[in-house]
Design a protein around this ligand. Structure first.
Ligand code: BG6
Length: 455
Protein backbone atom coordinates (compact mmCIF):
# COMPACT_ATOMS: atom_id res chain seq x y z
CA UNK A 1 0.00 0.00 0.00
CA UNK A 2 1.38 3.39 -0.95
CA UNK A 3 1.81 6.13 1.64
CA UNK A 4 -1.07 8.09 0.13
CA UNK A 5 -3.57 5.23 0.09
CA UNK A 6 -6.34 5.20 2.69
CA UNK A 7 -5.84 2.46 5.24
CA UNK A 8 -9.50 2.18 6.35
CA UNK A 9 -12.85 3.00 4.80
CA UNK A 10 -15.52 4.34 7.12
CA UNK A 11 -18.99 4.79 5.73
CA UNK A 12 -21.68 6.73 7.49
CA UNK A 13 -25.21 5.82 6.48
CA UNK A 14 -24.18 2.18 6.26
CA UNK A 15 -27.68 0.82 6.73
CA UNK A 16 -29.20 3.24 4.19
CA UNK A 17 -30.51 2.94 0.68
CA UNK A 18 -27.40 4.07 -1.17
CA UNK A 19 -25.22 1.59 0.71
CA UNK A 20 -27.68 -1.18 -0.10
CA UNK A 21 -27.98 -0.40 -3.79
CA UNK A 22 -24.52 0.80 -4.73
CA UNK A 23 -21.87 0.66 -2.03
CA UNK A 24 -21.85 -3.02 -1.05
CA UNK A 25 -21.77 -4.14 -4.71
CA UNK A 26 -18.91 -1.70 -5.33
CA UNK A 27 -17.01 -3.01 -2.31
CA UNK A 28 -17.42 -6.63 -3.43
CA UNK A 29 -16.20 -5.69 -6.90
CA UNK A 30 -13.17 -3.94 -5.38
CA UNK A 31 -12.44 -7.01 -3.26
CA UNK A 32 -12.76 -9.21 -6.35
CA UNK A 33 -10.22 -7.15 -8.26
CA UNK A 34 -7.85 -7.20 -5.30
CA UNK A 35 -8.37 -3.47 -4.70
CA UNK A 36 -9.74 -3.70 -1.19
CA UNK A 37 -7.55 -4.79 1.61
CA UNK A 38 -8.40 -2.46 4.48
CA UNK A 39 -11.03 -2.51 7.23
CA UNK A 40 -14.45 -1.28 6.10
CA UNK A 41 -16.31 0.24 9.02
CA UNK A 42 -20.02 0.89 8.65
CA UNK A 43 -21.50 3.54 10.94
CA UNK A 44 -25.25 3.97 11.44
CA UNK A 45 -27.93 4.34 14.09
CA UNK A 46 -29.46 0.82 14.30
CA UNK A 47 -28.06 -1.18 17.19
CA UNK A 48 -26.81 -4.04 15.10
CA UNK A 49 -24.11 -6.60 15.65
CA UNK A 50 -21.46 -7.00 12.99
CA UNK A 51 -23.23 -10.19 11.93
CA UNK A 52 -26.45 -8.29 11.29
CA UNK A 53 -24.44 -5.80 9.28
CA UNK A 54 -22.89 -8.63 7.25
CA UNK A 55 -26.36 -10.06 6.66
CA UNK A 56 -27.45 -6.68 5.28
CA UNK A 57 -24.41 -6.60 3.00
CA UNK A 58 -25.18 -10.10 1.80
CA UNK A 59 -28.82 -9.22 1.10
CA UNK A 60 -27.64 -6.18 -0.86
CA UNK A 61 -25.35 -8.30 -3.02
CA UNK A 62 -28.01 -10.93 -3.60
CA UNK A 63 -30.29 -8.24 -4.99
CA UNK A 64 -27.65 -6.24 -6.83
CA UNK A 65 -25.36 -8.33 -8.95
CA UNK A 66 -25.05 -11.55 -6.92
CA UNK A 67 -22.54 -13.04 -4.52
CA UNK A 68 -19.04 -13.85 -5.66
CA UNK A 69 -18.06 -16.46 -3.05
CA UNK A 70 -14.35 -15.61 -2.89
CA UNK A 71 -14.77 -11.82 -2.97
CA UNK A 72 -17.64 -11.99 -0.48
CA UNK A 73 -15.56 -14.02 1.93
CA UNK A 74 -12.86 -11.40 1.73
CA UNK A 75 -15.25 -8.46 2.13
CA UNK A 76 -16.96 -10.18 5.02
CA UNK A 77 -13.66 -10.42 6.86
CA UNK A 78 -13.06 -6.69 6.39
CA UNK A 79 -16.48 -5.49 7.59
CA UNK A 80 -16.83 -3.84 11.01
CA UNK A 81 -19.81 -2.02 12.44
CA UNK A 82 -20.19 0.91 14.84
CA UNK A 83 -23.69 1.87 15.92
CA UNK A 84 -24.68 5.19 17.40
CA UNK A 85 -26.14 8.61 17.03
CA UNK A 86 -24.19 11.00 14.82
CA UNK A 87 -24.42 13.75 17.42
CA UNK A 88 -23.18 11.59 20.28
CA UNK A 89 -19.42 11.82 21.05
CA UNK A 90 -19.51 8.18 22.23
CA UNK A 91 -20.19 7.06 18.63
CA UNK A 92 -16.97 8.69 17.50
CA UNK A 93 -14.97 7.34 20.41
CA UNK A 94 -16.17 3.88 19.39
CA UNK A 95 -15.16 4.68 15.81
CA UNK A 96 -11.70 5.83 16.93
CA UNK A 97 -11.33 2.50 18.70
CA UNK A 98 -12.54 0.54 15.67
CA UNK A 99 -10.01 2.37 13.48
CA UNK A 100 -7.22 0.79 15.56
CA UNK A 101 -3.85 1.50 13.97
CA UNK A 102 -5.30 3.12 10.84
CA UNK A 103 -3.69 6.51 10.22
CA UNK A 104 -5.24 7.57 6.93
CA UNK A 105 -8.93 6.65 7.03
CA UNK A 106 -11.36 7.71 4.32
CA UNK A 107 -14.68 8.84 5.80
CA UNK A 108 -17.51 8.49 3.34
CA UNK A 109 -20.57 10.55 4.30
CA UNK A 110 -23.45 8.73 2.58
CA UNK A 111 -25.87 10.74 4.72
CA UNK A 112 -28.15 13.76 4.18
CA UNK A 113 -26.17 17.01 3.94
CA UNK A 114 -27.91 18.50 6.98
CA UNK A 115 -25.95 16.01 9.10
CA UNK A 116 -22.54 16.88 7.64
CA UNK A 117 -21.73 19.67 10.08
CA UNK A 118 -22.22 17.61 13.20
CA UNK A 119 -20.43 14.54 11.80
CA UNK A 120 -17.45 16.57 10.59
CA UNK A 121 -17.17 18.38 13.95
CA UNK A 122 -17.31 15.06 15.82
CA UNK A 123 -14.70 13.51 13.54
CA UNK A 124 -12.42 16.42 14.35
CA UNK A 125 -13.03 16.32 18.09
CA UNK A 126 -12.53 12.56 18.38
CA UNK A 127 -9.26 12.62 16.45
CA UNK A 128 -10.77 10.56 13.61
CA UNK A 129 -10.16 13.40 11.11
CA UNK A 130 -6.39 13.33 11.59
CA UNK A 131 -4.65 12.25 8.38
CA UNK A 132 -8.08 11.42 6.92
CA UNK A 133 -9.94 12.06 3.70
CA UNK A 134 -13.62 12.84 3.52
CA UNK A 135 -15.93 11.73 0.71
CA UNK A 136 -19.28 13.48 0.38
CA UNK A 137 -22.29 12.46 -1.66
CA UNK A 138 -24.25 14.67 -4.00
CA UNK A 139 -26.32 16.78 -3.98
CA UNK A 140 -23.63 18.96 -2.46
CA UNK A 141 -25.98 21.41 -0.76
CA UNK A 142 -29.29 22.58 -2.20
CA UNK A 143 -28.30 26.00 -3.54
CA UNK A 144 -25.30 28.31 -3.71
CA UNK A 145 -25.54 29.52 -0.11
CA UNK A 146 -25.80 26.03 1.39
CA UNK A 147 -22.97 24.72 -0.83
CA UNK A 148 -20.75 27.57 0.41
CA UNK A 149 -21.70 26.74 3.98
CA UNK A 150 -20.90 23.04 3.45
CA UNK A 151 -17.56 23.95 1.98
CA UNK A 152 -16.85 26.18 4.95
CA UNK A 153 -17.69 23.35 7.36
CA UNK A 154 -15.58 20.78 5.52
CA UNK A 155 -12.63 23.13 5.08
CA UNK A 156 -12.54 23.82 8.80
CA UNK A 157 -11.47 20.24 9.41
CA UNK A 158 -10.05 19.04 6.09
CA UNK A 159 -7.73 20.44 3.47
CA UNK A 160 -9.32 20.79 -0.01
CA UNK A 161 -6.96 18.05 -1.24
CA UNK A 162 -8.54 15.68 1.30
CA UNK A 163 -12.14 16.45 0.25
CA UNK A 164 -13.72 14.27 -2.45
CA UNK A 165 -17.14 15.48 -3.64
CA UNK A 166 -18.72 12.48 -5.31
CA UNK A 167 -20.68 12.70 -8.53
CA UNK A 168 -20.94 9.08 -9.61
CA UNK A 169 -21.49 10.21 -13.23
CA UNK A 170 -17.81 11.02 -13.33
CA UNK A 171 -17.07 7.43 -12.48
CA UNK A 172 -18.84 6.39 -15.67
CA UNK A 173 -16.18 5.65 -18.20
CA UNK A 174 -18.05 7.10 -21.19
CA UNK A 175 -18.55 10.42 -19.38
CA UNK A 176 -15.00 10.65 -18.26
CA UNK A 177 -13.84 9.60 -21.70
CA UNK A 178 -15.57 12.46 -23.49
CA UNK A 179 -12.27 14.21 -22.73
CA UNK A 180 -10.44 11.45 -24.57
CA UNK A 181 -12.82 11.61 -27.52
CA UNK A 182 -12.41 15.39 -27.74
CA UNK A 183 -8.65 15.49 -27.65
CA UNK A 184 -7.60 12.16 -29.14
CA UNK A 185 -9.23 12.94 -32.51
CA UNK A 186 -7.61 15.48 -34.78
CA UNK A 187 -10.65 15.81 -37.04
CA UNK A 188 -12.81 17.15 -34.25
CA UNK A 189 -11.07 20.30 -33.08
CA UNK A 190 -11.49 22.32 -36.33
CA UNK A 191 -15.28 21.87 -36.26
CA UNK A 192 -15.78 21.95 -32.49
CA UNK A 193 -16.88 25.58 -32.29
CA UNK A 194 -19.63 28.07 -33.17
CA UNK A 195 -18.64 28.22 -36.83
CA UNK A 196 -19.74 24.61 -37.41
CA UNK A 197 -21.92 23.67 -34.47
CA UNK A 198 -25.51 24.88 -34.37
CA UNK A 199 -26.62 23.37 -31.05
CA UNK A 200 -25.77 20.79 -28.43
CA UNK A 201 -28.41 18.78 -26.58
CA UNK A 202 -27.88 16.52 -23.60
CA UNK A 203 -30.66 14.25 -22.35
CA UNK A 204 -30.87 12.06 -19.26
CA UNK A 205 -34.18 10.22 -19.61
CA UNK A 206 -35.50 7.55 -17.26
CA UNK A 207 -38.54 5.37 -17.85
CA UNK A 208 -39.13 4.92 -14.12
CA UNK A 209 -40.37 7.21 -11.36
CA UNK A 210 -38.88 8.01 -7.97
CA UNK A 211 -38.81 4.35 -6.90
CA UNK A 212 -39.76 4.89 -3.26
CA UNK A 213 -37.37 7.84 -2.85
CA UNK A 214 -40.19 10.39 -2.63
CA UNK A 215 -38.80 11.93 0.57
CA UNK A 216 -35.39 12.48 -1.03
CA UNK A 217 -36.89 13.72 -4.27
CA UNK A 218 -39.12 16.26 -2.54
CA UNK A 219 -35.92 17.90 -1.30
CA UNK A 220 -34.20 17.80 -4.67
CA UNK A 221 -36.20 17.61 -7.92
CA UNK A 222 -34.66 17.00 -11.32
CA UNK A 223 -32.46 20.13 -11.44
CA UNK A 224 -30.72 19.42 -8.14
CA UNK A 225 -30.78 15.64 -8.51
CA UNK A 226 -29.18 15.17 -11.91
CA UNK A 227 -28.80 18.38 -13.95
CA UNK A 228 -26.68 20.63 -11.73
CA UNK A 229 -24.25 17.76 -11.20
CA UNK A 230 -24.41 14.83 -13.67
CA UNK A 231 -25.41 16.78 -16.78
CA UNK A 232 -23.12 19.69 -15.99
CA UNK A 233 -20.24 17.20 -15.86
CA UNK A 234 -21.17 15.98 -19.33
CA UNK A 235 -21.48 19.59 -20.51
CA UNK A 236 -18.10 20.70 -19.16
CA UNK A 237 -16.38 17.70 -20.73
CA UNK A 238 -17.90 18.61 -24.09
CA UNK A 239 -17.25 22.33 -23.91
CA UNK A 240 -13.87 22.67 -22.21
CA UNK A 241 -10.76 24.05 -23.88
CA UNK A 242 -7.85 21.65 -24.48
CA UNK A 243 -6.19 20.89 -21.18
CA UNK A 244 -2.45 21.36 -20.81
CA UNK A 245 -2.13 17.81 -19.50
CA UNK A 246 -4.29 14.87 -18.53
CA UNK A 247 -3.61 15.62 -14.87
CA UNK A 248 -6.46 16.26 -12.48
CA UNK A 249 -5.62 19.92 -11.83
CA UNK A 250 -5.57 20.81 -15.49
CA UNK A 251 -8.86 19.01 -16.26
CA UNK A 252 -10.58 20.48 -13.24
CA UNK A 253 -9.31 23.99 -14.07
CA UNK A 254 -10.78 23.82 -17.58
CA UNK A 255 -14.12 22.52 -16.36
CA UNK A 256 -14.43 25.37 -13.91
CA UNK A 257 -13.54 27.80 -16.71
CA UNK A 258 -16.54 26.51 -18.71
CA UNK A 259 -18.92 26.99 -15.79
CA UNK A 260 -17.57 30.49 -15.14
CA UNK A 261 -18.50 31.45 -18.70
CA UNK A 262 -22.15 30.37 -18.30
CA UNK A 263 -24.48 33.20 -17.28
CA UNK A 264 -27.09 32.40 -14.62
CA UNK A 265 -30.06 30.52 -16.00
CA UNK A 266 -33.10 32.68 -16.66
CA UNK A 267 -36.64 31.51 -15.99
CA UNK A 268 -37.58 32.04 -19.65
CA UNK A 269 -35.02 29.38 -20.56
CA UNK A 270 -36.50 26.71 -18.31
CA UNK A 271 -39.48 24.35 -18.51
CA UNK A 272 -40.38 22.30 -15.45
CA UNK A 273 -42.77 19.35 -15.42
CA UNK A 274 -44.14 16.77 -13.02
CA UNK A 275 -45.41 13.34 -14.02
CA UNK A 276 -49.05 12.74 -13.33
CA UNK A 277 -48.98 10.31 -10.40
CA UNK A 278 -46.00 11.87 -8.62
CA UNK A 279 -48.15 13.47 -5.90
CA UNK A 280 -49.50 10.06 -5.00
CA UNK A 281 -46.01 8.65 -4.28
CA UNK A 282 -45.01 7.80 -0.71
CA UNK A 283 -43.60 10.81 1.22
CA UNK A 284 -44.61 13.27 -1.51
CA UNK A 285 -46.75 16.29 -0.60
CA UNK A 286 -50.24 16.20 -2.18
CA UNK A 287 -49.62 19.71 -3.55
CA UNK A 288 -45.93 19.19 -4.36
CA UNK A 289 -44.37 21.65 -6.84
CA UNK A 290 -41.18 19.65 -7.24
CA UNK A 291 -40.17 19.01 -10.84
CA UNK A 292 -39.60 15.47 -12.10
CA UNK A 293 -38.73 16.90 -15.54
CA UNK A 294 -36.71 19.93 -16.52
CA UNK A 295 -35.45 21.28 -19.82
CA UNK A 296 -33.15 24.27 -19.99
CA UNK A 297 -31.16 26.34 -22.41
CA UNK A 298 -27.71 27.57 -21.46
CA UNK A 299 -25.10 29.66 -23.20
CA UNK A 300 -21.37 29.58 -22.84
CA UNK A 301 -19.92 33.01 -23.23
CA UNK A 302 -16.56 32.15 -24.77
CA UNK A 303 -14.99 32.73 -28.16
CA UNK A 304 -15.51 29.06 -29.05
CA UNK A 305 -19.17 28.85 -28.14
CA UNK A 306 -20.51 32.30 -29.08
CA UNK A 307 -24.22 31.92 -29.93
CA UNK A 308 -24.35 28.13 -29.61
CA UNK A 309 -27.26 27.06 -27.38
CA UNK A 310 -26.71 24.12 -25.05
CA UNK A 311 -29.97 22.34 -24.21
CA UNK A 312 -30.12 20.07 -21.17
CA UNK A 313 -33.08 17.92 -20.25
CA UNK A 314 -33.76 15.29 -17.62
CA UNK A 315 -36.91 13.53 -16.58
CA UNK A 316 -38.47 10.61 -14.77
CA UNK A 317 -41.27 8.49 -16.26
CA UNK A 318 -40.25 9.28 -19.83
CA UNK A 319 -40.68 6.68 -22.60
CA UNK A 320 -37.20 5.13 -22.36
CA UNK A 321 -34.04 5.22 -20.27
CA UNK A 322 -30.95 6.66 -21.91
CA UNK A 323 -28.34 9.39 -21.59
CA UNK A 324 -27.18 10.94 -24.81
CA UNK A 325 -25.51 13.95 -26.37
CA UNK A 326 -26.50 15.20 -29.82
CA UNK A 327 -24.25 17.80 -31.43
CA UNK A 328 -25.96 19.30 -34.50
CA UNK A 329 -23.83 20.97 -37.09
CA UNK A 330 -24.94 23.95 -39.14
CA UNK A 331 -26.89 23.19 -42.29
CA UNK A 332 -24.97 22.54 -45.48
CA UNK A 333 -24.44 25.50 -47.87
CA UNK A 334 -26.73 26.70 -50.61
CA UNK A 335 -26.29 24.07 -53.27
CA UNK A 336 -28.87 21.54 -52.01
CA UNK A 337 -30.91 23.93 -49.91
CA UNK A 338 -34.17 22.94 -51.64
CA UNK A 339 -33.82 19.36 -50.51
CA UNK A 340 -34.25 20.43 -46.90
CA UNK A 341 -31.50 18.11 -45.77
CA UNK A 342 -30.97 17.31 -42.13
CA UNK A 343 -27.92 18.88 -40.52
CA UNK A 344 -25.01 16.56 -39.83
CA UNK A 345 -25.14 15.41 -36.23
CA UNK A 346 -22.82 13.64 -33.90
CA UNK A 347 -24.60 11.36 -31.44
CA UNK A 348 -22.72 10.23 -28.33
CA UNK A 349 -24.69 7.82 -26.22
CA UNK A 350 -23.47 7.39 -22.67
CA UNK A 351 -25.95 4.79 -21.46
CA UNK A 352 -27.35 2.16 -21.51
CA UNK A 353 -24.88 1.37 -24.30
CA UNK A 354 -21.93 3.42 -25.47
CA UNK A 355 -22.30 4.70 -28.99
CA UNK A 356 -20.50 7.14 -31.28
CA UNK A 357 -22.40 7.89 -34.47
CA UNK A 358 -22.34 10.52 -37.21
CA UNK A 359 -25.44 11.49 -39.15
CA UNK A 360 -24.85 12.50 -42.77
CA UNK A 361 -26.67 12.98 -46.07
CA UNK A 362 -26.19 10.68 -49.06
CA UNK A 363 -27.89 10.37 -52.41
CA UNK A 364 -30.79 7.96 -51.97
CA UNK A 365 -32.18 5.48 -54.51
CA UNK A 366 -35.46 7.40 -54.89
CA UNK A 367 -35.39 9.91 -57.79
CA UNK A 368 -38.29 11.83 -56.23
CA UNK A 369 -36.55 12.20 -52.92
CA UNK A 370 -32.86 12.20 -53.68
CA UNK A 371 -31.46 13.22 -50.29
CA UNK A 372 -31.31 10.51 -47.65
CA UNK A 373 -30.13 10.85 -44.06
CA UNK A 374 -28.02 8.00 -42.78
CA UNK A 375 -26.06 7.42 -39.65
CA UNK A 376 -22.60 5.95 -39.54
CA UNK A 377 -22.12 4.12 -36.27
CA UNK A 378 -18.43 4.26 -35.48
CA UNK A 379 -18.59 2.30 -32.29
CA UNK A 380 -21.24 0.55 -30.24
CA UNK A 381 -20.38 -1.19 -27.00
CA UNK A 382 -22.85 -3.00 -24.81
CA UNK A 383 -22.04 -3.24 -21.13
CA UNK A 384 -18.53 -2.03 -21.81
CA UNK A 385 -18.39 -0.09 -18.58
CA UNK A 386 -17.60 -3.20 -16.66
CA UNK A 387 -16.19 -1.31 -13.71
CA UNK A 388 -19.21 0.30 -12.08
CA UNK A 389 -19.13 4.02 -11.32
CA UNK A 390 -19.08 3.64 -7.53
CA UNK A 391 -16.25 1.16 -7.65
CA UNK A 392 -14.23 3.61 -9.68
CA UNK A 393 -14.92 6.68 -7.53
CA UNK A 394 -14.39 4.88 -4.21
CA UNK A 395 -11.16 3.33 -5.44
CA UNK A 396 -9.85 6.65 -6.78
CA UNK A 397 -10.73 8.55 -3.61
CA UNK A 398 -8.96 5.96 -1.48
CA UNK A 399 -5.91 6.30 -3.69
CA UNK A 400 -6.10 10.08 -3.48
CA UNK A 401 -6.70 10.68 -7.21
CA UNK A 402 -8.97 13.74 -7.38
CA UNK A 403 -9.69 13.79 -11.13
CA UNK A 404 -13.18 12.32 -10.82
CA UNK A 405 -14.37 14.67 -8.10
CA UNK A 406 -15.86 18.16 -8.05
CA UNK A 407 -13.58 20.80 -6.62
CA UNK A 408 -14.88 23.52 -4.26
CA UNK A 409 -14.95 26.19 -6.98
CA UNK A 410 -16.66 23.80 -9.42
CA UNK A 411 -19.43 22.94 -6.96
CA UNK A 412 -20.10 26.60 -6.21
CA UNK A 413 -20.04 27.69 -9.87
CA UNK A 414 -22.50 24.93 -10.79
CA UNK A 415 -24.92 26.17 -8.12
CA UNK A 416 -24.44 29.79 -9.19
CA UNK A 417 -25.85 28.93 -12.63
CA UNK A 418 -29.09 27.36 -11.41
CA UNK A 419 -29.49 29.35 -8.20
CA UNK A 420 -31.87 32.04 -9.61
CA UNK A 421 -34.32 29.51 -11.04
CA UNK A 422 -34.28 27.40 -7.90
CA UNK A 423 -35.46 30.44 -6.01
CA UNK A 424 -38.03 31.54 -8.60
CA UNK A 425 -41.28 29.68 -8.28
CA UNK A 426 -41.72 28.88 -11.98
CA UNK A 427 -44.77 26.86 -13.11
CA UNK A 428 -44.63 23.07 -12.98
CA UNK A 429 -46.60 21.51 -15.84
CA UNK A 430 -48.11 18.08 -15.49
CA UNK A 431 -47.21 15.39 -18.02
CA UNK A 432 -48.43 11.87 -18.64
CA UNK A 433 -46.06 9.09 -17.71
CA UNK A 434 -44.30 7.54 -20.74
CA UNK A 435 -44.40 10.81 -22.69
CA UNK A 436 -41.55 13.23 -23.43
CA UNK A 437 -42.51 15.79 -20.78
CA UNK A 438 -45.21 18.48 -20.61
CA UNK A 439 -47.17 18.93 -23.83
CA UNK A 440 -47.20 22.29 -25.55
CA UNK A 441 -43.85 23.39 -24.13
CA UNK A 442 -41.61 21.45 -26.49
CA UNK A 443 -41.05 24.55 -28.59
CA UNK A 444 -40.14 26.86 -25.71
CA UNK A 445 -36.90 25.20 -24.74
CA UNK A 446 -35.87 23.00 -27.60
CA UNK A 447 -33.11 22.90 -30.19
CA UNK A 448 -33.77 23.85 -33.81
CA UNK A 449 -34.94 20.59 -35.36
CA UNK A 450 -36.31 19.45 -32.00
CA UNK A 451 -35.11 17.09 -29.32
CA UNK A 452 -33.87 13.73 -30.43
CA UNK A 453 -36.44 11.33 -28.96
CA UNK A 454 -35.51 7.75 -29.72
CA UNK A 455 -38.21 5.11 -29.76
C1 BG6 B 1 -28.68 9.59 -9.16
C2 BG6 B 1 -30.03 10.21 -8.96
O1 BG6 B 1 -27.67 10.47 -8.74
O2 BG6 B 1 -28.49 9.31 -10.54
C3 BG6 B 1 -31.13 9.30 -9.49
O3 BG6 B 1 -30.24 10.48 -7.59
C4 BG6 B 1 -30.84 8.91 -10.94
O4 BG6 B 1 -32.40 9.93 -9.39
C5 BG6 B 1 -29.42 8.39 -11.07
O5 BG6 B 1 -31.77 7.91 -11.30
C6 BG6 B 1 -29.02 8.17 -12.53
O6 BG6 B 1 -27.75 7.57 -12.59
P1 BG6 B 1 -27.54 6.07 -13.08
O7 BG6 B 1 -26.08 5.83 -12.97
O8 BG6 B 1 -28.35 5.20 -12.17
O9 BG6 B 1 -28.05 6.07 -14.49
Amino acid sequence: MSQSESDALVFFGATGDLAFKKIFPALQAMAKRGHLDVPVIGVARPEWTVDQFRARARASLEMHGGIDPVAWEKLCGLLRYVSGDYSDPATFQALRKALGAAQRPAHYLAIPPQMFASVVAQLERSGCAKGARVLVEKPFGRDLASARELNRILLESFDESAIFRIDHYLGKRPVNNLHFFRFANEFLEPIWNHRYIESVQITLAEDFGVQGRGGFYEETGAIRDVIQNHLFQVLTNLAMEPTVSTGSKSIRDEKVAVLKAIPPLETKDLVRGQFKCYRGEKDVAPDSRVETYAAMRLEIDTERWQGVPFYLRAGKCLPITFTEVVVRLRRPGNLYRDLNLKPNALRLRISPEILFALGMNVLGPDEQKPGQSVEMVACRQHGADEKAAYERVLGDAMEGDATLFARQDYAEEAWRIVDPVLKADTPVHEYEAKTWGPKGFEAIVSPAGGWHNPS
